[in-house]
Every structure is written in C-alpha cells, then in structure tokens.
Design a protein around this ligand. Structure first.
Ligand code: AMP
Length: 335
C-alpha cells in the first residue's frame, strides 16, 4: 500500500518508528527461511498476530519458506485458527532461519524454545519484558494488541500488500485483546488500524460468529461461576474452578478462565480474577487471570510469578493456601 494512501495516524506512527521498522523489514528480506513464534497458552492476539504475519509473508514473499509453531489452543484450534506445524528437530538443526516472535518478550513464555536456534531474531510486542531476546524489535506497551502494532508495521512497508487474509487474522487479534474495543487500551490508532484492515473487504458477521460461538458446556460453566463467586471488601471479584469441578463441567483450565470478564462492568467491582487449578505435573498450580477497571494490577501479577498489562495480567499460586494472601494484595490496591 502506498504511503500516501495510508491513514495519517498509521503513517505518523510509521514515521516515528522508522528506524525499528526498517531494521525489521531488512531482517525479513535477508532470510529465505522464517519461523513465526508467539506466546504459550495462546489467546486471540497471540494467534491472530502470528497468523497475520504468516499470511503477509506468504503473500509478499512466495519464494520464501515460512513456518509457524507453538502449542494449539484448546478451543480456538482448529475451529478458528489452523493447527500449528510440527517442525521436526532436524529442520532446526539443518536450517539457518529468522525467528519472528509475536506478542511476547520473555524467553520462558515463547511457545517453542527452538526460537533460540535462529540466526537472527525479530520481536513485535506490547508487553513489558525482563530481558530483550531479539536483535531487532518494536515493542509498544500502549498498543491494545500486538496485532495492532504488527499491522501498522506492515501497512507502512512500501510496495507490499496486506491481503484480506492477513487483515482477517490481525483484526481478530485486535478485537480479542481490546475486548471488542472496550478496554482503555483502545485508542484512535486502534481504530485507524481496524479501519485499514476492514478496508480490505473483511466481512464482520462470520468473523465474530467464529470468534464468540459458545457451546452448552460453556453455558453450564458460566452458571457455576455465577453461583460460586466471591467479592473481597474492596471489590475484587473472583471464582475458583478446582479440577473436580472442571471435570464435572467438561472444561479445561483455559476454558475456565473464559468467564473472567463476566465481572467487567459491575458497579463496586474494581478488579476480577479467575482462579483455575492446572494439574499439569510439570508445573502444578492454580492459574490466575486478573483484570481491572483502571488500577494497574501488573505489579501484583509480577509478585505472584506472572506479569502482563495494567488492566489484564496473569499470575499463579502453588496452592489454595496462598489464595487469601493473593486476594489481600489485590484488595489493598483499592483500600
Ligand atoms: P491471561 O489472563 O492469561 O489471559 O493473561 C493476560 C495478559 O497477561 C496477557 O497479555 C498475557 O500475555 C499476560 N500474562 C499472563 N501470564 C503472564 C506471565 N506469567 N508473565 C507475563 N505476562 C503474562
């Protein structure tokens, strides 16, 4: 897309980040083999930004070999996103490749540690990160989604096309991480990118249908959540889903967290969490998804082995014995 046709907000952002953007363009041009990575336990933005990048690369560089890897999502794959590739160990040993890491910065959260084998690493992200893993990167904590940043980067690449397919994936990432344009991270830039993506001819009703279709098990688990939540003295709502309850409801820990935003627009509730037992033998814990109306909860998440954004973070506790202390930490933010 020619720069002159770009929305002025997108063009201005590209100008401001010209140096980082060009370092990424040059890296992509240099490598014949590219693997696109994203974070573990993926969400709409991780998978949307990954698949959007894959589609863009395949469209604009048909001669290059493009791959994507990582764990699949319990309900998004294959309903919404394609299954990831099972690239064998031998491929990583035999090939020089570029790693493009989407929507994650911390090495331990990158789904597939073989990103370390890459000759060069590029990162496109909107999370705070402890230690930079990439040689060329663009990271903006103000972006509602990594997909928003990636779409800006690629729309600003002169002479390249962002196809309807690439736009479809990026749009899903933006809608997912901005909570359908509800969260405070939604900005004029978010809408400018969304409008540029829509202009490729996206059809929204089937896209939203695919994103938000629920099943009867999900409805039953919502009924459980509504019957079993607690609220702390200063407005932290939370619900726990132990393994035996997940089994009864036929849901996984990931599906259990999907109800967390049920509490997002309730008077007197300042922050809300899902707390789901994850019996994974390698890392037995209770996974916590934390959301807030406005207060920065990422510090509490960081204290409890997690991190994330001001209003959407993840954390974990080793057992329910720690629950009261964790809730007290969050509650203290609103005292
Ligand atoms: P979740 O509640 O798992 O959907 O996570 C909310 C946000 O926090 C997402 O942007 C995650 O990428 C981020 N997040 C979750 N867990 C962690 C963690 N352990 N470290 C850093 N960021 C996290």
């Amino acid at each position: 897309m020619a720069a002159s046709k770009l929305d002025p907000i997108i063009a201005a952002y590209g100008k401001e980040h010209k140096k980082e953007f060009h370092a990424i363009y040059r890296a992509i041009e240099r490598y014949e083999k590219i693997v696109v990575f994203r974070h573990l336990k993926p969400d709409y933005d991780a998978m949307g930004s990954q698949m959007g990048m894959v589609a863009f690369l395949k469209d604009n560089f048909p001669e290059k070999e493009i791959h994507f890897v990582g764990d699949n999502h319990v309900s998004f794959t294959p309903r919404l996103f394609p299954e990831t590739e099972n690239l064998p160990e031998s491929w990583f040993k035999e090939n020089k490749f570029l790693a493009i890491i989407m929507d994650v910065g911390d090495a331990e959260r990158i789904a597939d540690p073989r990103f370390k084998r890459a000759s060069y690493k590029v990162k496109i992200d909107h999370h705070p990160c402890k230690k930079e893993v990439a040689r060329a990167s663009v990271c903006d904590l103000e972006m509602a989604a990594a997909a928003e940043l990636a779409a800006d980067l690629l729309l600003n690449w002169k002479g390249k096309t962002l196809s309807r397919e690439a736009a479809y994936w990026f749009y899903i990432g933006i809608v997912g991480d901005s909570g359908r344009f509800l969260f405070s991270s939604t900005s004029p830039h978010t809408f400018a990118v969304a409008q540029a993506l829509l202009a490729t001819g996206l059809e929204l009703p089937p896209l939203y249908q695919k994103m938000y279709e629920k099943n009867v098990d999900s409805l039953r688990s919502l009924a459980y959540v509504l019957g079993n939540f607690h609220v702390s003295p200063h407005g932290v709502a939370y619900y726990c889903l132990p393994k035996n309850v997940q089994d009864e409801l036929h849901i996984t820990p990931e599906q259990g967290k999907e109800h967390v935003n049920t509490f997002s627009n309730i008077e007197g509730i300042n922050a809300w969490c899902s707390i789901t037992e994850d019996p994974n033998p390698k890392d037995y814990c209770w996974r916590i998804s934390i959301r807030s109306k406005g207060m920065d909860i990422s510090g509490v998440a960081f204290k409890w082995e997690g991190g994330g954004h001001k209003q959407a973070s993840g954390a974990k506790i080793k057992s329910l014995d720690q629950l009261d202390e964790f809730i007290a930490d969050l509650d203290a933010l609103f005292a």
